[in-house]
Design a protein around this ligand. Structure first.
Ligand code: GAP
Length: 512
């Protein structure tokens, strides 16, 4: 990966690249688009699906202490009263008195003064606006005093529009996990501690969507609510698996002292009582997941929330941040939600949310010791930035995605069109098992470049020797080294390379 290339690549450049190569398009662009909405194109949808599948496989199906659900986007509006979203899910808005431009106050102050605004109240922001005489970036007009703007998307359910027919598109997937909690516990006979996971769409009427997919109005989340006995949030039996991970951690003290993040072991978060051991464990698992799928450790850090910044439901809260060209930004949130949600739903629904604990023969309302909440689209962006390499030697972009995330695992080329039939047979056989691309147009060099740009890890060329030796040339995207591989074992070889069971070096490649 070329660090200079990353520095040079802005978020706008990434949006252009994604559109040009079929990863992501502005939604309904033929009508001028709509701010904060995007469509994933043919290769983008494959990468996005791979991200979701890898997450689900690692954290749901490969574990004994996890169950999954797929909740509805629209639910009984009482859900959002109980959760607090209907009344409190707001951002602070200021409006230009001259041109009517409405902007998110913290973002405007951050842009104008270049200072962090996490945790600042409406009063704090107004003070900064007044003191620094900040004006509308569009027309230089003065701003009115800040107001709270609710981010919930309202909708009408059924044919008759009345107060009782109004509901909301969910702003997070989490609440459906709480409303289905008792049903899942009963169906799966879950015993504490355990988690419930969900992947799905969420909607927020962001005041000013920006930075491409980073802040959109429709996005996807992969969330886990991890339930423990309220007195056992610090009894994670797997803690030793991650305690020695040495990561960039930006503590609240360092932020207040305007100091940089520091390398720290995850166990220090627990020994200093900043996080319970379940929360530290899940932060470690999520960071490891990103690193296993190719993100470089130095581009990731943990940021502890400041006291003033904590959400209404949260004890301790941490973000995983990625070092984007537009700064370190949150890609993952993790809150210790305690008993807030289940208690709220018990109160509003008048249903018992307590579970029976056999060892102590008592009924308890479980605590959410940790809520790993991952945005799919922000994960997609981080993977794309980390993979992007504008390779001046090759003269084209090389997207070094982890093979598990790549939209196609291999591309098959006939060296010349005369060999089309044999190459197609290989493609037909491979694509039954692995997403595989066929390309016969242009020179092989041009075809390599096309494959590099969309992150295809292995290019397979059928040439004149293939007829005789029953082998093909496989080229590795990372260093362009090539190896001759038996056609009969090709499927196993590519599968092994993608899964990491075989290293390309094991194939005894020759220099590019
Ligand atoms: N249930 C907790 C929750 O929703 P959050 O920090 O508001 O917490 C979690 O959101 C994650 O969802 C974020 O870290 C981010 O990855 C993603 N996300 C939130 N708002 C987003 C937006 N407007 N556009 C894209 N992703 C967003």
């Amino acid at each position: 990966m070329n660090v200079d290339a990353i520095m040079a690549l802005s978020i706008e450049d990434m949006a252009v690249f994604c559109k040009k190569k079929g990863f992501v398009y502005p939604c309904s662009e033929i009508y001028g688009g709509i701010s904060g909405f995007f469509d994933y194109g043919p290769v983008g949808v494959e990468v996005k699906n791979n991200i979701k599948q890898e997450w689900w496989k690692t954290f749901v199906t490969a574990r004994d202490d996890m169950a999954g659900i797929d909740g509805a986007i629209i639910s009984n509006p009482k859900v959002w009263k109980a959760s607090g979203h209907a009344d409190c899910f707001t951002d602070i808005l200021v409006e230009c008195q001259k041109c009517g431009n409405k902007v998110r106050a913290d973002h405007m102050v951050e842009d104008a003064l270049g200072q962090q605004t996490d945790g600042l109240s409406a009063e704090d922001l107004w003070k900064l606006i007044e003191e620094n005489d900040l004006k509308c970036p569009k027309c230089q007009g003065p701003f009115s005093k800040p107001t709270q703007f609710n981010l919930m998307f309202k909708t009408v359910v059924g044919p008759a529009e009345s107060e009782s027919s109004v509901s909301y598109l969910r702003p997070e997937t989490a609440q459906l996990i709480f409303t289905d909690f008792k049903a899942v516990v009963d169906n799966n006979r879950m015993k504490l501690p355990f988690g419930i996971a969900q992947i799905g769409k969420a909607f927020r009427n962001e005041i000013s969507p920006r930075d491409f997919l980073f802040r959109s109005r429709e996005f996807e989340q992969m969330e886990i609510e991890f339930f423990t006995h309220p007195k056992k949030t610090d009894e994670c039996p797997f803690f030793s698996e991650i305690q020695d991970l040495n990561l960039n951690i930006w503590t609240s003290e360092a932020q207040e002292a305007k100091a940089d993040h520091e390398k720290m072991h995850l166990k220090q978060l627990v020994s200093s009582k900043k996080a319970n051991s379940w929360q530290a464990y899940w932060l470690g698992m999520m960071l490891r997941w990103f690193m296993d799928l190719g993100i470089r450790q130095e581009n990731l850090r943990l940021r502890e929330h400041l006291k003033d910044e904590l959400a209404h439901y949260a004890g301790a809260c941490f973000d995983i941040e990625y070092n984007f060209p537009f700064g370190w930004k949150e890609i993952h949130g993790n809150a210790d939600r305690q008993q807030f949600d289940l208690s709220q739903h018990a109160k509003f629904s008048k249903k018992d949310m307590a579970v029976f604990v056999e060892e102590t023969r008592e009924k308890v309302v479980p605590a959410v010791a940790t809520e790993p909440s991952q945005g799919v689209d922000r994960a997609f962006l981080a993977f794309m930035f980390d993979a992007y390499d504008d390779d001046s030697n090759r003269g084209n972009v090389v997207l070094k995605l982890h093979p598990k995330l790549a939209p196609f695992k291999a591309a098959v080329f006939p060296l010349v069109n005369k060999l089309d039939k044999e190459a197609r047979e290989i493609h037909e056989s491979l694509k039954q098992e692995l997403p595989c691309f066929f390309d016969r147009s242009g020179s092989v060099g041009r075809r390599y470049a096309r494959a590099d740009e969309i992150g295809i890890p292995y290019c397979i060329t059928y040439d004149f020797d293939s007829k005789k030796d029953k082998k093909v040339t496989v080229r590795n995207i990372l260093d362009t080294k090539q190896a001759r591989i038996e056609i009969s074992g090709l499927k196993d070889t590519i599968r092994g390379l993608v899964n990491g069971d075989i290293a390309f070096e094991d194939l005894k490649p020759e220099k590019a």
